[in-house]
Design a protein around this ligand. Sequence first.
Ligand SMILES: [Zn+2]
Ligand SMILES: [Zn+2]
Length: 138
Amino acid sequence: MPVTGQCYCGAVRFATAEDPQTVAYCHCADCRRWTGAPMPAFAAFAIEDLRLNADVTEITHASGVARRNCPACGSPLTARFPYLPDQIYVPVGLLDDAKDHPPVVHCHVDAALPWVHTDDDLLNENGSARDTLGLSRK
Ligand SMILES: [Zn+2]
Ligand SMILES: [Zn+2]
């Protein structure tokens, strides 16, 4: 199924041909600060499958992670991690049908804020969970 979404202001829209490979909460401080969310969640897509309607420059502030923000409104758009070279991550809240793409795993649970709840039925992984995330659903 195609998946579409956009930034806060709508200047950047994106589309993919396939459903997310996985959807994950990330509790690391880097993703938390990037999104401003205490418990951000991201949808992973095949890197060659995600199409943006605009050229947006990637920036790197920490640990080799390449991130893009909307140049007009600043929304977090995409993140690429060096240890997951085939995937690109989009904050799941940007998806037009985010309700259809629930997270399946908590990553970096060891870094979670003490007042967020991770005691649900999802996988809990300390650290990046790169092995879990790298598994495609295809
Ligand atoms: Zn925008
Ligand atoms: Zn993270």
